[in-house]
Design a protein around this ligand. Structure first.
Ligand SMILES: [Fe+2]
Ligand SMILES: [Fe+2]
Length: 326
């Protein structure tokens, strides 16, 4: 999938007017934002549409594993917090669909691509949430990894995407903290609670590292995306940062990261970590994740169940339009 995408990108770039392309690249190199009405190469538009819509889909599909736990959260306070977090994710999805729409693809087309299985979303959401500790681990690790990815995107070259990220990042820091706080309570609780926290870390650690995408060597889109400042840091750089920040957090919890190869490398000033199972990653990308089918089925069901709300909103807008015209 990645290679074909690159070939498409490369061949498209070659057909652009060289003068316009040079002017565009000079603006990007000067750290100017590109805005919806500005000229942009088709490959830039296409790459961004894919990236922003995948990001939007991830926010929306990400609501599903956590939404399952709102009714089962262990206290009223936990329910209220989780409900607020899931609502935040819906808001992120909406900002991002709006940002992607400014590139010329309609929201209906994007939603259709998600529901038909044509569009991708983050592989992480195709893993099941088995216990309450998973909600802690998701906030801590998955939202933590999302922040690592999204902070540099506040300086991405496409204006609407960059601006959406500013607010999203603020909310993601709360998500990360609420997850870590769940883990703190469990890790300091009964032996059973601590075991539950360790088990959640064991299951979510590796999929969280996979969230940064394939290694740089197997990510041929990276070079072009860095050049156009869509991406500001590579997958491996972001992954390393995440490991460096997260390992001491696991230590503080008294939990152990499930990686026998993990050790502090004094010379590099970074943690070395073990080999990621890329076979598993590509299988999940292909749609073979443990709960991939359930996720899309739940999304489609939610879309159908919400049809009356969309119809009512459209009827309301029509009525007001008529009144204003009168
Ligand atoms: Fe989010
Ligand atoms: Fe989040």
């Amino acid at each position: 999938m990645y290679t074909t995408e690159l070939q498409k990108t490369a061949s498209l770039g070659a057909t652009e007017d060289p003068e316009r392309l040079a002017a565009f690249e000079a603006r990007v190199a000067a750290d100017e934002f590109i805005e919806p009405k500005d000229w942009m190469p088709e490959a830039y538009r296409r790459t961004l549409t894919r990236q922003i819509s995948q990001h939007a889909h991830s926010e929306i599909v990400g609501m599903l594993p956590e939404g399952n736990w709102i009714g089962r959260a262990p206290s009223l306070r936990r329910k209220a917090i989780l409900l607020a977090k899931v609502q935040d994710e819906a808001g992120h999805g909406l900002y991002l669909y709006s940002a992607a729409e400014t590139l010329g693809t309609s929201r209906e087309e994007m939603i259709e691509a998600l529901h038909s299985g044509k569009a991708k979303y983050s592989t992480i959401f195709n893993y099941p949430t088995l216990t309450w500790a998973d909600i802690g681990a998701i906030g801590w690790l998955v939202d933590g990894a999302a922040i690592m990815n999204q902070v540099p995107l506040q300086r991405t070259s496409y204006g609407p995407y960059a601006r959406a990220m500013v607010r999203v990042c603020k909310e993601e820091s709360f998500h990360q903290r609420q997850g870590y706080e769940i883990m703190m309570v469990l890790a300091a609780g009964t032996p059973d609670q601590k075991r539950m926290a360790q088990d959640a870390l064991n299951r979510w650690w590796w999929p969280s590292l996979m969230m940064f995408g394939p290694p740089d060597a197997d990510s041929p889109n990276t070079a072009q995306s860095m050049r156009w400042r869509i991406k500001r840091e590579t997958n491996d750089e972001l992954r390393q940062k995440f490991v460096d920040i997260t390992v001491p957090q696991a230590d503080a919890l008294g939990l152990s990261v499930p990686d026998p190869a993990l050790r502090w490398d004094k010379a590099r000033g970074h943690y070395d970590y073990g080999e990621i199972d890329w076979e598993e990653f590509y299988a999940v990308v292909r749609g073979e994740g443990p709960v991939a089918k359930e996720r899309i089925a739940a999304r489609r069901q939610a879309w159908e169940d919400g049809a009356w709300v969309r119809d009512a909103a459209a009827a309301h807008a029509r009525k007001h339009g008529r009144r204003e015209a009168a």
